[in-house]
Design a protein around this ligand. Structure first.
Ligand code: ADP
Ligand code: MG
Length: 275
């Protein structure tokens, strides 16, 4: 690939060329879903990672996305977070915010939080400080944060600490937490920014059985207040939390329904057996 071709790749749109949509005043879910992905295609050198994908997620929903490797799950999250631009199709946040025209930064600040697989906590800071720093990133008052926490901020912090089950460890350095606890802390850090939608990629990879159970409880508690989209390979885990499940295959939706419905769908069986 030439340098020019690299610079002009569609998934490398520069943030500064995009006008920012009005996130604060613009999110409207009164008449429909919080996320609309409609007929979205993303091609890499002619290969369609997403192929006319359509997906709708309601406000407060907990949605599990499954599908074999290469099905397009990560690409779908990249499209929702502005990291990859679709070649065609529409992507809306509520009925007014066109995510194709929003920068990655604006989308993150505007209410779509994403948790990657590897936790990126500040190991040398305490659990509590990690949450404070996440709140600061949101308010853009980094250097002066600690002097500026008001009582609402403190309440929020305590609430998130309890929600992620780390209240008794608030003074521990994050580096001393178990793998599972670090994952919860990172979810907590996302929560400090009050996202409307949380995208979680393989949350239970590498967790103990007990940590998996607690993660399932946490995600179910978050639903309702947030829309939660979980991509996960562990079928036992998906079954334990699933309400509506979407199966992706070759860049589009193969099946959608309850876990029982999709697991008994012959097309789904075939795709998983063929893996
Ligand atoms: P999943 O997360 O479901 O495993 P991905 O979304 O990562 O699937 O990938 C879907 C397909 O698109 C795969 O075949 C992958 O190799 C391809 N793909 C993903 N990102 C790129 C990229 N940046 N360049 C080329 N091909 C890509
Ligand atoms: Mg993936």
């Amino acid at each position: 690939m030439t340098v020019l071709a690299e610079v002009l790749r569609r998934d490398r749109v520069f943030d500064f060329v995009l006008p920012e949509p009005d996130f604060a005043g613009g999110l409207d879910t009164r008449h429909g879903p919080i996320l609309y992905v409609e007929d979205v295609t993303v091609a890499f050198d002619g290969f369609r990672a997403l192929d006319r994908l359509s997906l709708y997620v309601d406000d407060g929903e907990l949605r599990c996305i499954i599908g074999p490797n290469g099905a397009g799950k990560t690409t779908m999250m990249d499209v929702l977070t502005g990291r990859t631009r679709p070649d065609s199709g529409s992507v809306w946040f509520g009925s007014r915010i066109d995510l194709r025209r929003a920068s990655e930064t604006a989308i993150a600040r505007g209410g779509i939080g994403r948790k990657f697989q590897t936790p990126t906590v500040f190991e040398h800071h305490s659990v509590m400080e990690n949450l404070e720093l996440a709140m600061a990133a949101d308010k853009r008052v980094w250097p002066t944060l600690f002097a500026h926490m008001d009582s609402a901020d403190r309440d929020r912090l305590a609430e998130v600490l309890a929600l992620i089950g780390l209240a008794s460890l608030e003074r521990q350095p994050a580096g001393a937490l178990s793998h599972g606890q670090k994952q919860w802390l990172e979810i907590g850090m996302l929560l400090m920014q009050n996202p409307r939608v949380l995208l979680v990629d393989e949350p239970v990879a590498g967790m103990t059985h007990q940590e998996m159970e607690q993660t399932g409880e946490l995600l179910q508690r978050l639903a309702g207040r947030h829309s939660v989209i979980v991509v996960e390979h562990d079928m036992a885990f998906v079954r334990s939390i699933a309400r509506q499940v979407t199966v992706l295959h070759q860049g589009s939706v193969l099946a959608e329904g309850t876990m029982d419905e999709v697991q008994n769908d012959p097309r789904v069986v075939e795709v998983y057996l063929g893996e």
